[in-house]
Design a protein around this ligand. Structure first.
Ligand SMILES: O=P(O)(O)OC[C@H]1O[C@](O)(CO)[C@@H](O)[C@@H]1O
Length: 250
């Protein structure tokens, strides 16, 4: 596992974007696993910037997103499809038909999940999976206690995730209680993982994920078992790792 420590959020975002752009340059038709949440926004802005300068093209890239709220239409401003369109897809040359986000309005959510697993397989698997991490150590919407063997499935969000995500909605009541999410198994099957973390409020989760034992209670801890993980964080998010003596690259 490689850990890169950046001075601040901007530098962290630039470094993460560098790793993604290297993947796209190395394999122009790669399959990128993409994430939502506040943390990757700066990474997407940097990629858009490089695309606009003509340094990068996504014309052949295929993408699969980690998760989507159940019950939200793709046009809902808090849906993850909307997030991806407004933060990335609408500003680069990726072909719309090559972008895949779970359908939050699927009539049969279990069928939608099964079809998504098949899709990932048909695309040839994920080359590089971008991940953020929740304060309780969740990755995608895999909450503490979820089985590591699960593929894409319907999830009931924990109170802690609802609490963390209410900042995006008018009120707590509007936060959907369920979501569709890739499982830990899909994530672990990705050839490479890139996790981005930022801020003091993530320092504990980072420490528990990478210095603690591997446990379902901290879903991100499973990444200790993946052969190719890069963790990119700012000083505030990584300081507990550094204090524990874990070696990081500057
Ligand atoms: O980057 P943020 O906004 O802290 O979110 C962390 C995690 O929470 C989620 O947004 C889901 O709650 C994930 O998609 C993300 O990885």
């Amino acid at each position: 596992m490689r850990i890169y420590q950046s001075e601040d959020y901007k530098a962290m975002s630039r470094r993460a974007a560098n790793i993604i752009s290297a993947q796209v340059i190395y394999k122009p038709d790669c399959v990128l696993g993409l994430a939502t949440g506040g943390t990757p926004v700066g990474t997407y802005q940097q990629l858009v910037d490089w695309y606009k300068k003509g340094d990068l093209s996504f014309a052949e890239v295929r993408s699969v997103n980690l998760d989507e709220y159940l019950g939200l239409s793709p046009h809902h401003e808090q849906s993850y499809r909307y997030f991806m369109q407004s933060n990335l897809f609408d500003h680069i040359d990726i072909k719309p038909e090559n972008t895949h986000v779970l359908n939050g309005l699927a009539k049969d959510p279990d069928k939608e999940c099964a079809a998504y697993n098949k899709l990932i397989q048909e695309l040839g698997g994920i080359d590089l999976q971008l991940l953020g991490m929740g304060h309780n150590g969740h990755i995608a919407f895999n909450e503490p206690g979820d089985d590591f063997g699960l593929e894409t499935h319907v999830v009931t969000l924990t109170e802690s995730t609802i609490e963390a995500n209410k900042r995006f909605f008018e009120s707590r009541d509007e936060v959907p209680r369920k979501a569709l999410s890739m499982g830990i198994k899909n994530i672990m099957n990705a050839r490479r993982i890139l996790m981005v973390v930022s801020g003091e409020d993530k320092a504990d989760a980072v420490y528990r994920a990478f210095c603690g034992r591997v446990t379902k209670e901290v879903p991100a801890s499973v990444l200790q078992l993946h052969p190719d993980v890069t963790l990119v964080g700012d000083k505030a998010a990584l300081h507990k790792l550094v204090e524990a003596g874990v070696s990081v690259c500057g």
